[in-house]
Design a protein around this ligand. Structure first.
Ligand code: KIV
Length: 281
């Protein structure tokens, strides 16, 4: 933020204005170093509650707390300058009533400096979305497969096939009408995602949805090949960092066992060498 109070970061209205334009790029981030890597390339950086599964080894997102989201939101904030920072409201922090959602969202915004929150749910959350957006809290909605409802769905299944697609169309219309500036469409059939994208006035951000969506989001650890507990069909792996890390760690272990590491370049002389930096001398 500059002295004039103007931030360089993309704003929710600017994201909204991208409807039907150049696709909106969104990735998750949970830490400062990854935030610094994704920020120059993304329009939206999402601190997703997927952090629970990806970084904390939880079996689902249900165990993620508001404090966890705030801690990771603060870390990501330090690495984001130009993208819109959005933080997920975790399970149990907003569903009870619009007032509860407001308290949680206000705390997240105050303590992380994010410019918007994301919450799961369609028609059932429209009143809450309206309550928040009328009180200065921009909301990104999330419909289709909403992972916090995994127990209701009985697994991470494609949502909205056949007749049930109509309910997701109603969800999309409801969150748009309630004031959401964008909506994540997760794991719905391509044809349904295309139809919804054409019907609603706000950007659709697809994950396992359709190339016709107004934007795309992926979990960064999935696309970098760092999270391999499972491999969703909708992920394209742009790197295999998990494999590379395994190879590097095995090489280090072998070097230590064979006394190949450290060598003379990693150790310190009794007297500091003249002209070298303090930490290296
Ligand atoms: O929690 C998350 O990372 C998400 C994205 C996958 C959309 O909600």
């Amino acid at each position: 933020m500059s002295a004039t109070g103007r931030s360089m970061a993309l704003t929710p209205p600017e994201v909204l204005a991208r409807k039907g334009g150049v696709p909106i790029v969104c990735l998750t981030a949970y830490t400062t170093p990854i935030a610094r890597l994704v920020d120059p390339h993304c329009d939206i950086v999402l601190v997703g509650d997927s952090v629970g599964m990806v970084l904390h080894g939880l079996p689902s997102t249900l165990g993620v707390t508001l404090d966890m989201m705030i801690l990771h939101g603060q870390a990501v904030r330090r690495g984001v300058e130009r993208a819109l920072l959005v933080v997920d409201l975790p399970f149990g922090s907003y569903e009870e009533a619009p007032e509860q959602a407001f308290r949680s969202a206000a705390r997240v915004m105050r303590e992380t400096g994010c410019a918007a929150v994301k919450l799961e749910g369609g028609e059932s959350m429209a009143e809450t979305i309206r309550f928040l957006t009328r009180r200065g809290i921009p909301v990104m909605a999330h419909i289709g497969l909403t992972p916090q409802a995994v127990n209701t769905f009985g697994g991470y299944k494609v949502q909205g096939r056949g007749e049930s697609g109509a309910a997701i169309e109603r969800d999309a219309a409801a969150v748009a009408e309630a004031g959401a500036f964008a909506v994540v469409l997760e794991k719905v059939p391509d044809a349904l995602a295309r139809k919804i994208t054409a019907q609603i006035p706000i950007p659709s951000i697809g994950i396992g949805a359709s190339p016709a969506c107004d934007g795309q989001v992926l979990v960064v650890d999935d696309m970098l090949g760092m999270f391999s507990d499972f491999r969703p069909k909708f992920v394209r792996r742009y790197a295999e960092l998990g494999n590379d890390a395994q190879t590097a760690i095995a090489a280090y272990a072998e070097d230590v066992r064979q006394r190949r590491f450290p060598d003379e370049s990693h150790v310190f002389a009794d007297e500091p060498a003249a002209g070298r930096k303090a930490g290296n001398a």
